[in-house]
Design a protein around this ligand. Structure first.
Ligand code: UDP
Length: 328
């Protein structure tokens, strides 16, 4: 049985990856420090014999007994609100955490896939974004802690690949959505759906002309799965190229939820990228992958999930008190 370590396993993407690798017959070691992750996302797996959970912070030395075939490094805060609240942890998990996991991969002779992001392109001046684009990132802006940690993550991964001959994979993940996103993480999809469910107006930041391209989680997981098992060690964009303005997206949510909410406008956060759309030519050619789930279908499933949550979840403003996590 192949053994895989998944970090950030109790998070949104991590938990879906756990499900996928369990389904494929792997032995899954799930690791999370539970700062932004939630055990409820993986509790259905606890009874399985080929699943175990380690409550551990990967910025500290990581030890896993026995053999290991694969590592997926998905631990990181991943929403602008989160990395504003826990900037130092965000930097540490991308930098120190990645270093620890690369070291673990080296001693175990395991293949490692790291979760990079479209944020490494910053506020992009090339559109759509190809993997060759170097990006336009403000190192000292509020998003710098995430963007630069992820850029460092890519660099150190390629250094281990070239210097130590480690088998590495780099996925650049574009906006992904689906069940198990955190309702209060500030990202646009949970924010809009939460507002609709509470009967509040939908808050569009700026004039809403900025664009995003949203990928349903099952498609994202399929792309990551194929990349891990491929022979390709350069970065690959995995995302849905179907682009929409945030203003039009808000109107779609109003229709989807059948509510009579208004759309209201709030100031645009600093360094909020104006456009984002993946060029997925590489993923198509190398992995034979492209997204299959339409936004209408994916959003319907996502809305059903949020509707099924206990009502008090809707009114929780904070996930938890984050302030202690910035201590060294
Ligand atoms: N956004 C918005 N209203 C909200 C939350 C987000 O208009 O209540 C905008 C945000 O400014 C950005 C886009 O939606 O332009 C996507 O934001 P998100 O935080 O989901 O992801 P990211 O900016 O990292 O792509």
């Amino acid at each position: 049985m192949k053994k895989i370590l998944i970090t950030g396993a109790a998070g949104f993407l991590g938990s879906h990856l756990c499900d996928r690798f369990i389904k494929e017959g792997y032995y899954v070691i799930a690791m999370d420090n539970l700062i932004t992750g939630d055990l409820r996302n993986i509790e259905h797996l606890f009874k399985l014999e080929n699943f175990e959970f380690y409550h551990h912070d990967v910025t500290k030395f990581v030890n896993v007994p026995g053999k290991l075939d694969y590592i997926l490094h998905f631990a990181s805060p991943a929403s602008p609100i989160d990395y504003l609240k826990i900037p130092i942890q965000t930097l540490k998990v991308g930098a120190l955490g990645t270093h620890n996991l690369l070291g673990l991969a080296k001693v175990k002779n395991a293949r490692i896939l790291i979760a990079s992001t479209s944020e490494i392109y910053g506020d992009p001046l090339v559109h759509p974004q190809t993997e060759e684009y170097y990006g336009n990132v403000n190192t000292i802006g509020p998003r710098g802690v995430y963007d630069e940690a992820k850029r460092f993550m890519e660099s150190i991964t390629m250094a281990y690949n070239r210097f130590h001959g480690l088998e590495t994979r780099i996925v650049r993940i574009f906006n992904t959505y689906g069940p198990r996103m955190r309702l209060n993480d500030g990202r646009v999809i949970p924010a809009f759906i939460g507002q609709a469910l509470r009967g509040e107006d939908l808050t569009v930041f700026g004039d809403g002309s900025q664009t995003r391209s949203f990928c349903y989680v099952d498609d994202e997981v399929e792309g990551i799965y194929r990349l891990l098992l491929s022979d390709y060690d350069m970065p690959v964009n995995i995302g849905n190229p179907h682009e929409i303005t945030i203003k039009d997206f808000a109107e779609e949510i109003v229709k989807l939820t059948g509510t009579d909410q208004k759309v209201i406008y709030k100031p645009l956060p600093q360094d909020d990228p104006m456009q984002r759309q993946p060029d997925i030519t590489k993923a198509k050619e190398i992995l034979g992958w492209e997204p299959k789930v339409s936004r209408a279908e994916g959003m319907k499933k996502t809305y059903e999930y949020f509707k099924s949550l206990p009502e008090d979840e809707l009114y929780k403003k904070e996930h938890k008190d984050f302030k202690d996590y910035n201590r060294v």
